[in-house]
Design a protein around this ligand. Structure first.
Ligand code: SF4
Ligand code: SF4
Length: 247
């Protein structure tokens, strides 16, 4: 019980960012100075964590980001695609105007105005001040309202008993889950597992960072190259943006 409480605290805590700008291991970076926060300090609205996906660099047939997320967070792998949770998936799309067909990763878009939070009757579905949208498994009753409200189909219900959850990613039967942006890593000053894995392939189609920091790589790229939201017409202001959707 004490361990469970500690895990939950770890999951929700916002502090603990380490010193910045350090290469931990090949392909494993600490974030820039904007991420460094004293331990115990709550998540701050000074940051808006986000992802930029360059669809032009995202290779057909590659699912390194999906595999890395599954391994990092311990979901999937039962071979039952109808019911297995899926935190991130590769989706193939076709632009009817150009005829271009391409694939792109889709995960929780970490909306600034998330309908999944609005409809949750228990407060389990929540948005941190730094923009990361999470589910508190201890408060989730599995009603699935959030799954119905999410226009990106980003959430899954865990239908089966979870044998061996990762200590940093609490999961349980009968609760809903989705991409956490690897919040446990972000709070430690690291990048999400999908971003590291994508870079290791050489494609480097994913950039993680602070959209609110004008000097960050992600903010500069969005400013200079664009960065479209999926279904921008919905007005949810996602923290996940895409390049090359309309080329
Ligand atoms: S993508 Fe779906 S689950 Fe994620 S914040 Fe938006 S509405 Fe919620
Ligand atoms: S399934 Fe859980 S997180 Fe989703 S709306 Fe119901 S209680 Fe909230």
């Amino acid at each position: 019980m004490a361990e469970q409480a500690a895990t939950r605290r770890d999951f929700l805590r916002a502090g603990g960012a380490l010193a910045a700008g350090v290469l931990l291991a090949p392909g494993v970076f600490l974030l820039g100075p904007a991420a460094a926060r004293p331990a115990g300090e709550p998540a701050s609205s000074r940051q808006r964590w986000g992802l930029l996906v360059d669809t032009r660099r995202c290779a057909d047939g590659c699912d390194a980001c999906v595999s890395a997320c599954r391994e990092e967070n311990g979901w999937g792998g039962r071979g039952r695609p109808e019911t297995d949770p899926q935190w991130i998936r590769k989706v193939r799309v076709r632009d009817p105007r150009s005829g271009r067909s391409f694939s792109l990763p889709v995960m929780c878009q970490h909306c600034a105005h998330p309908p999944c939070v609005d409809v949750c009757p228990t407060g389990a579905s929540m948005r941190r001040a730094d923009g990361i949208v999470l589910v508190d498994r201890h408060r989730c009753i599995g009603c699935r309202y959030c799954m119905m409200a999410c226009p990106y189909k980003a959430r899954s219900l865990e239908h089966e008993a979870v044998e061996d959850p990762r200590p940093w990613a609490p999961r349980g039967k009968g609760t809903v889950e989705s991409c956490t942006l690897c919040v446990h890593r972000v709070d430690a000053g690291r990048e999400p597992a999908c971003v590291e894995a994508c870079r290791r392939t050489g494609n480097a189609a994913l950039v993680f960072g602070d959209l609110a920091d004008p000097a960050s790589e992600i903010a500069r790229s969005v400013r200079e190259l664009g960065g479209e939201a999926l279904r921008a017409d919905l007005g949810l202001d996602p923290g996940v943006r895409y390049l090359g959707l309309n080329v």
